[in-house]
Structures are given as structure tokens and as C-alpha cells.
Design a protein around this ligand. Structure first.
Ligand code: SF4
Ligand code: SF4
Length: 425
């Protein structure tokens, strides 16, 4: 078999996202794996909207025109890119095609959904009012009709005290022996909407001897990127890289609990946004998913293993690995960490995607698609019992799982923190 790299003039050319469409052999493996194509006729599948449509886009007058609008129904889950045996970067080319589809005319709804940080920053001081407001049915119906955010979408609740405010008062001191600093990337959700995972993360890191510092940071940019606002996403990405680079230069690991945000820092800035920043890849190489970081510590014999059995948990728990976690290509380190907890039994869900895909499942026209995509997972959660917590790394996936099943959902780090006795589960 000939080396596909020889098909192209340079190695960089081979890796350019759009040119990987020429590697497609039409095997349809991606179409079989795509969770969206089977549940809606509006989306013909990754092979069709990805490499096949790309040939038309590349011959368009602008060089990137989309032959049809169906690419907007790609959720960006990335499963197609993961399964393609020929290295076609399908999700990445779909995401870039979505940018040209909008051509700068971004709907208000998309602009709002892309501004999770801004909404958190201004909203958290009015948390009781806003949380009450989002529970008023007539208000949600009006929002759906006027803006296009589905009335049942699992919008998060604001937390009155942000994680950074909490950290300023409760920063945990590292246990001896002190191993050095860790820079924690809390991201928008971890700061304003779902702070339990961030608190658990810094408690566990401090318990393992790390002096946790919070670098200056803004939204990773993924919500804007997913909603077609590439310029805004690049500006956010560039600021993050500039703020994080000094830590990377000192050899300080940059760790995050949100798998989608850490994936943006690791690879989306290069693969999707084409962010031009001299420290982009250097910073990316210093970024770790939190479970990945803790498992590496364990492999070096440096992770504390004074775990105790979790009180009140005697049945098997379900763990759902989000699409963005799988795209890290690090296996499922959380499962290996759970093996260290006495008497804990965890089963990985046999399901591709929960359907929320960031803000995809919030949209009025996509809400039901998201719910249908997630049905296999929801059925397994219900069959296992909704009285038990479900474990999942991504905040939007946790909101979707709880919305669909009523089961409480927690980040893996909350399980570890509880087993260390640092906080209740
Ligand atoms: S899996 Fe890859 S090679 Fe096969 S049809 Fe999809 S893009 Fe083409
Ligand atoms: S990113 Fe997900 S939804 Fe989009 S084409 Fe690939 S598998 Fe399908």
C-alpha cells in the first residue's frame, strides 16, 4: 500500500485539514459511527458533508463555499474523526465549513450561546433572580420563539459565588511533601455555573502536594467556534495562550477539569482555529486533562492512595466518557483512578454521545435531535437507577444527563475528592 503522505508535496500539506478529504476511500465507517445521521434526515452524514462536500467547497469561487446547509447539523462531536481509518479530519473541516456558512452573519442566538463567560460574569451576581427566571415557563417559551433557544434546553444555573471568589478565601494549602505548582484552568462553567468540580479539583491537587495557582484566563473560545464566530474565538484563544505561556515556560503543568476546554488548548487552536501565536503549540504541550494528570502522577508513584470506600455507594455507578474526552486520545484515565477506590464499581456506558454537544442541544431546531442522540445513554442510566450519581467529565453533558434522566451527575474528580474524605459526593 502506498504511503498517503507521498500524495502530497509536504508533510504539512498532508496534515492541512481540508486536504485530508483526498484521503477518503468512501468506506462509510464514519457514517456508521456518527450519532446524528441516524436520528434525522436533515443530516446526510459525515462522509457526505465532510470530504465529499469539501471537494465542492474547495472549487467554489471563494474556495470555501458550502454546497448545502446540512453541515450546520453536524454537532461537532468528533466521533467521525476518531474512527476514520484514513486520517480524514472530518469534524474539523465541518467546523471550518460552518464558519463560511455563516459568513460573519451570526444569529443573535448563536452570539448569546457563544458568550457563556460574559453571561456568567454579569449573571452570577443576580443568580437567584436569573435562576428563578429561567424556570418560568412562559418566559422560556418567549425566549424560544424570539431567540431560538429551546424551552426545555438544560440551561445551567448561575452560582452566586464564583469559583475564583471562593478560591480567594479558601485556597487549600498543599500537603507535604510539596511537589510544586499547578496552574488550574477552571474555564467558564467551572467558574460560574458548576463550581463543585473546580473545588474538588483544587482540593485533590493540594492533597497531593500541589500549590494550585489560578492564571489569568478567559473562555477557551469553543462556544464561539461552535457557533461560527471564529474571529472572536481566535481572540479569546490568543489571550489564553499569552496568559498561560509564562507558566509553561516555568514547566508548570496547566490542568483543567473540563475536557472540551483542555482539548481546545491542546489542539483546537491549531487544528480548527488556525490560531497564529508563537506559543500556541508550546502551551498546548503543557496542558493536561485533570484525570490524565492524576493518572500520570500515579504511574510515577506520586499519587496519594489514601482512598476510603464511598459512604452510601454500594451499587455500580455509570461513567460516560464525553466525545471531547475521547478526542484527547488518552484512554479513560478516570476509570483507572476509580480502580484505586475500595469497593467502588464503575461501568462505562455503552453510548457514543449524550447529544448536547456543547450548545448544539440548546437550539430549538436541534433540541430533539440531541435528545434522540442521547437516548441509548439515558436508557442505561435509567436502567441502572436514577437514585445513583452518574459520572461524566463534561459539564454540558452532565446537565443533559440530569435533564433527561433526573439522575444527579458528577465529575470524576468529585468521586476522588469524596474518596479522599475532602468533600461529600
Ligand atoms: S471513515 Fe474516513 S475514509 Fe471512510 S468514508 Fe469516512 S472519511 Fe472517508
Ligand atoms: S462531528 Fe459528530 S455529528 Fe458531526 S459528522 Fe462527525 S460524528 Fe457526525
Amino acid at each position: 500500500m502506498s504511503d498517503p503522505i507521498q500524495l502530497f508535496e509536504t508533510y504539512e500539506h498532508y496534515h492541512e485539514v481540508e486536504f485530508t478529504s483526498d484521503l477518503c476511500v468512501k468506506c462509510n465507517i464514519c457514517t456508521s459511527a456518527c450519532p446524528v445521521a441516524p436520528v434525522t434526515e436533515l443530516f446526510p452524514g459525515p462522509k457526505t458533508v465532510g470530504p465529499q462536500a469539501q471537494r465542492f467547497r474547495m472549487t467554489g469561487e471563494r474556495g470555501d463555499e458550502s454546497p448545502d446547509k446540512s453541515v450546520d447539523y453536524c454537532s461537532g462531536c468528533g466521533i467521525c474523526t476518531m474512527v476514520c481509518p484514513h486520517g480524514v479530519k472530518i469534524m474539523e473541516m465541518n467546523t471550518r465549513a460552518r464558519e463560511s456558512l455563516y459568513d460573519g452573519k451570526i444569529p443573535l442566538r448563536n452570539r448569546l450561546l457563544g458568550r457563556s463567560e460574559l453571561m456568567g460574569k454579569w449573571g452570577h451576581k443576580f443568580a437567584p433572580l436569573l435562576n428563578f427566571g429561567k424556570s418560568i415557563r412562559p418566559a422560556r417559551i418567549i425566549v424560544e420563539k424570539v431567540i431560538g433557544i429551546h424551552r426545555d434546553a438544560p440551561l445551567p444555573s448561575w452560582e452566586f459565588t464564583s469559583f475564583r471568589e471562593w478560591f480567594a478565601r479558601h485556597k487549600p494549602q498543599p500537603s507535604a511533601p510539596v511537589r510544586g505548582k499547578v496552574a488550574y484552568f477552571h474555564a467558564c462553567a467551572g467558574n460560574y455555573y458548576d463550581t463543585a468540580a473546580s473545588k474538588a479539583a483544587v482540593l485533590v491537587l493540594a492533597h497531593n502536594g500541589y500549590d494550585v495557582v489560578l492564571p489569568e484566563q478567559n473562555c477557551c473560545g469553543l462556544p464561539m467556534q461552535s457557533n461560527g464566530e471564529f474571529d472572536a474565538a481566535r481572540a479569546h484563544g490568543a489571550r489564553n495562550v499569552s496568559w498561560l505561556a509564562p507558566y509553561a515556560r516555568q514547566g508548570i503543568p496547566i490542568v483543567g477539569a473540563s475536557t472540551s476546554c483542555t482539548l481546545s488548548l491542546k489542539s483546537d487552536y491549531r487544528e480548527i482555529l488556525r490560531l497564529e501565536h508563537p506559543d500556541r503549540d508550546f502551551v498546548g504541550r503543557h496542558v493536561y486533562d485533570l484525570s490524565e494528570f492524576l493518572l500520570l502522577l500515579h504511574e510515577k508513584g506520586e499519587l496519594r492512595t489514601d482512598f476510603k470506600a464511598l459512604p452510601g455507594i454500594s451499587d455500580t455507578l455509570i461513567y460516560h466518557a464525553p466525545c471531547q474526552q475521547k478526542a484527547h486520545n488518552i484512554g479513560q484515565p478516570a476509570l483507572d483512578l476509580f480502580d484505586l477506590i475500595p469497593d467502588l464499581r464503575v461501568r462505562m456506558a455503552d453510548a457514543a454521545c449524550c447529544g448536547i454537544a456543547g450548545t448544539y442541544g440548546f437550539k430549538a431546531e436541534k433540541y430533539q435531535i440531541g435528545m434522540d442522540v442521547g437516548k441509548p445513554l439515558f436508557d442505561q442510566v435509567r436502567a441502572n437507577g436514577v437514585d445513583k450519581p452518574v459520572i461524566c467529565d463534561s459539564e454540558t453533558c452532565r446537565w443533559q444527563i440530569t435533564h433527561a434522566t433526573s439522575a444527579r451527575s458528577v465529575h470524576p474528580i468529585q468521586v476522588l475528592a469524596a474518596a479522599y474524605g475532602l468533600m461529600p459526593l
